[in-house]
Design a protein around this ligand. Structure first.
Ligand SMILES: *Cc1c(COP(=O)(O)O)cnc(C)c1O
Length: 491
């Protein structure tokens, strides 16, 4: 920040002196002050030049300048308001004043910086190589060597037997639901605290989602609530066709406990690991604990192909079926013959190239996101009433999103107020997923709670997701920490 005293001049200064001041500071600006140090107007090089052209001499004083109203703002102005003010008046500087009207600093457009977003794509160096190879060899199709290699590389990385690359995580979930035989009227248990894409594929097949609450220890599906749901089902004489378990924000659910319950009833698990690629549960990669697992490579996920997904399983037959259904379900016949309704769900060879490059930097992306989380936690450690999404002993989260709850009684702020205030500082934070059992579209669906009060409702009421991109600079992370401290410390 420029020393404000060096920028000031009185009306008695000459135009020559004013030019010297403007030259000597990097700011290309001079502040014309009255005898009490209050701002009369700002003066630029151009203002001086125009005054000279109008006939003034270099030795004339700044009295020669026409009085104009300069834009100023109070020192406490938010980044967003400052930027809007600069845009509206087409200026690149904004003098900020104290209560007495004295300039305390000059805000420059570049000080404001770009907005800090929740989670943006972060390319490595190898992606373009694989994409170029696809172009060079004219493999511009929803199959090809990059697709085969990407499937193999993911399967090897997570230790799954087989993998099918598809057009989205949602498509992978849909195929899983279809392959497990969900038919109209069938029930499927599904984590309630998740993105709608976890549950929608159940409905694509005419099934009925039944939502299972979270446990406080991981924010993921509560084994106790799952047990309750199975007890109710058994008492009523039915069983779900499948259980979709979500690993929220990169944090594994307690898979051993959940899978044991499902195994007891002979019901297969689909692990929705769309958010948790690179995370681990008891040392093993997230996603491999059910009959099938799903990853997403949407633009906001930890690695991305711009859009894409992967279905994994140890059962080769299931993955073969997935590939078959994903390529329009063409029977092996010389003519076009179909015995089933298929989909066009395969991943393009170009995008698989992006995925292969991204996979090479996955480990670094996990480390970077965990570092963002740690910087937030450390930087806000002394503020009471903030609770980060817990990481149980058995979890190594990829911290896809750093999520926390804010106790309004302790902090004096609701989650939505904090989100609003961060937005004023051009920082994008988001509410935690709204639980599926609270969604209008699923209002008729059943829900089983962890205890007397649904845990997920409380997380939703109080939760926010912080900007968590692996490409955030140290300066950006500090900006977020400072903005949060500013809110809670009343600065
Ligand atoms: C992103 C996401 C999906 C859907 O993945 P897409 O690739 O966007 O279709 C499914 N489930 C969860 C939990 C997700 O976060």
């Amino acid at each position: 920040m420029t020393d404000i005293l060096k920028l000031g001049a009185r009306r008695s200064a000459t135009i020559r002196e004013a030019m010297a001041i403007i030259n000597s500071t990097g700011l290309q600006l001079l502040l014309l002050l009255d005898d009490d140090g209050r701002l009369l107007r700002t003066v630029t090089d151009g203002d001086l030049r125009r005054t000279l052209l109008a006939g003034a001499e270099l030795s004339d004083t700044l009295e020669a300048l026409p009085p104009i109203e300069s834009v100023t703002a109070p020192d406490a102005i938010t980044r967003k308001a400052a930027l809007e003010l600069m845009d509206r008046h087409e200026v690149n500087h904004l003098p900020l004043t104290d209560e007495a009207g004295r300039v305390v600093r000059v805000l420059e457009r570049r000080d404001i910086g770009p907005p800090i977003l929740l989670s943006t794509p972060h390319m490595g160096e190898a992606e373009l190589h694989y994409v170029e190879e696809a172009f060079r060899t004219n493999w511009i199709a929803p199959l090809g060597p990059n697709v085969d290699a990407f499937e193999r590389e993911i399967a090897d990385l997570v230790g799954a037997g087989h993998a099918a690359a598809v057009s989205s995580g949602t498509a992978a979930l849909h195929l899983a639901v279809r392959i497990l035989g969900v038919k109209p009227g069938d029930k499927v248990f599904c984590s309630t605290l998740t993105f709608a894409a976890s549950a929608n594929p159940i409905v694509y097949e005419g099934g009925e989602p039944v939502f299972i609450d979270s446990e406080p220890g991981s924010w993921n599906m509560s084994p106790r609530a799952l047990e309750r749901a199975f007890d109710a089902a058994v008492a009523e004489g039915w069983l779900p066709k499948a259980v979709i378990v979500v690993d929220l924000y990169g944090q594994s659910a307690d898979m051993d406990a959940l899978v044991a319950i499902c195994d007891r009833h002979g019901v297969p698990v689909i692990e929705d690991a769309a958010e948790s690629l690179g995370a681990r549960y008891k040392g093993r990669p997230s996603g491999v604990f059910g009959r099938m697992g799903v990853y997403s490579f949407n633009g906001n996920k930890i690695i991305t192909t711009s859009g894409g997904g992967m279905l994994i399983s140890d059962d080769e037959e299931l993955i073969k079926q997935a590939r078959f259904l994903a390529t329009q379900a063409r029977d092996p016949a010389p003519h076009y013959q179909h015995s089933q309704i298929g989909f066009n769900y395969r991943m393009s060879n170009i995008l698989a190239g992006v995925g292969r490059g991204q996979l090479q930097v996955l480990e670094q992306r996990v480390e970077a996101r965990r570092a963002v989380y740690e910087a937030y936690r450390d930087g806000l450690a002394d503020i009471e009433g903030l609770e980060w999404q817990p990481e149980p002993d058995w979890s190594y989260s990829n911290r896809w999103l750093s999520a926390l709850t804010i106790d309004p009684e302790v902090t004096g702020f609701t989650a939505s107020e904090v989100i609003r205030r961060l937005a004023e500082e051009m920082i994008e934070a988001r509410p935690v997923w709204k639980p599926m059992h609270l969604q209008p579209v699923f209002a008729h669906c059943r829900h089983f709670a962890h205890g007397n009060e649904p845990v997920s409702d409380r997380i939703f009421d109080r939760g926010i997701c912080m900007p968590s991109g692996s490409n955030m600079s140290l300066g950006e992370i500090t900006r977020v920490v400072d903005a949060m401290r500013g809110i809670f410390k009343g600065r």
